[in-house]
Design a protein around this ligand. Structure first.
Ligand code: FVH
Length: 300
């Protein structure tokens, strides 16, 4: 018998992601006890071998490892607070998306109740779970990560970021920031083109290779930011200001809302006004980190 076949997990939350996790556990030989606030979402899972519990407390008693995959931070507390006294000694892995400070709060709450806590950020959509494209970032209890790694690897590549329970969520949300900005830019461009009768699908066919090619520049931007040397030979901030001003005007002329692009334009403006017009575009990073106390957070 493998380690995974010895493990029994409790999964609280059977939304799209929770059900995908349970299906993958069952396929990998892991026993699963499941619970969902609204009944009726476990039918397919029970048919595949899961045990449905009638209460959170009963579900928690049914597994060695507790996994929460609920809507948000508040729903985690609403679900676990009433049975906190029964969780002492448990290993708990939270796969609910929570902001870094919320993950740290969960870690403190867990510690106060004698629970070992590992937080996870799922970098996949439900259909990707258990496939090579799926990856989950973890931080918090190293002991839980190593003890449960084989089971967690069933879901996707498992990577541990350290003992700070907020770090996985910080990475998760940083990656999501890049993703949302990309999708937002696509929606903006599609709206501009619609003014000329061009469909979004036609735009997507050109935007995909363009964005893919531009993304190849990210390592160079990263190196520039980390070096702190913003000397630019081409495409300096004054050039980018002219480009962004023109794009904003093009949006206005085409009747497109410019709410997405104007904030970026303002960041560039402030850097130029501060005398950095000849510096590299990546210097926008300095405008964004303005409110941080970075003397305390050097690049590792
Ligand atoms: N789906 C995705 O693509 C993303 C990928 C990245 C990670 N996220 C996060 O995973 C969490 C769960 O996502 P989900 O896709 O399963 O979400 P839903 O299908 O909306 O299911 C939500 C479940 O949460 C239960 N729930 C909501 N509020 C409460 C509450 N107050 N008390 C107890 N349970 C609650 C809900 O139950 P019900 O509505 O069926 O009764 C569902 O089981 C999430 O953090 C994503 O950000 C997924």
């Amino acid at each position: 018998m493998t380690n995974t076949q010895h493990t029994t997990v409790t999964v609280l939350g059977l939304g799209d992601m929770g059900r995908a996790l349970v299906r993958t556990f069952l396929a990998g030989g892991v026993s699963a006890t499941v619970w969902n606030r609204t009944p009726g979402r476990a039918t397919e899972l029970v048919a595949a071998g899961a045990i449905e519990a009638e209460s959170v407390a009963a579900a928690v008693r049914g597994g060695d490892v507790l996994i929460t995959v609920l809507l948000d931070h508040a729903s985690v507390h609403q679900t676990l607070d009433p049975i906190a006294g029964e969780l002492a000694g448990k290993q708990w892995i939270n796969l609910t998306s929570t902001a870094p400070e919320e993950s740290r709060e969960l870690a403190r709450w867990a510690s106060a109740h004698g629970i070992e806590f590992l937080d996870g950020g799922i970098m996949a959509v439900p259909s990707m779970i258990g496939t090579p494209g799926s990856s989950i970032l973890y931080s918090g209890s190293e002991q839980v990560f190593h003890a449960r790694r084989e089971v967690l690897e069933l879901l996707g590549a498992a990577e541990y970021f350290g003992g700070d329970a907020g770090l996985a969520a910080l990475w998760d949300f940083a990656l999501l920031s890049a993703m949302y900005a990309m999708f937002g830019g696509f929606f903006h461009g599609a709206a501009m083109l619609r003014s000329a009768g061009v469909g979004a699908a036609e735009f997507a066919a050109r935007a995909t290779p363009w964005v893919t090619a531009m993304a190849q520049g990210l390592p160079a931007y990263g190196a520039t930011i980390d070096s702190g040397d913003y000397t630019a030979e081409v495409q300096h901030l004054a050039f980018q200001k002219a480009a962004l001003d023109a794009i904003v005007r093009a949006g206005q002329d085409s009747g497109t809302a410019t709410d997405l692009l104007e904030p970026l334009s303002r960041l560039v403006d402030r850097q130029v006004e501060a005398g950095h017009g000849a510096a590299a575009f990546a210097r926008v990073f300095e405008e964004l980190r303005g409110v941080q106390n970075l003397s305390a957070t050097p690049v590792r």
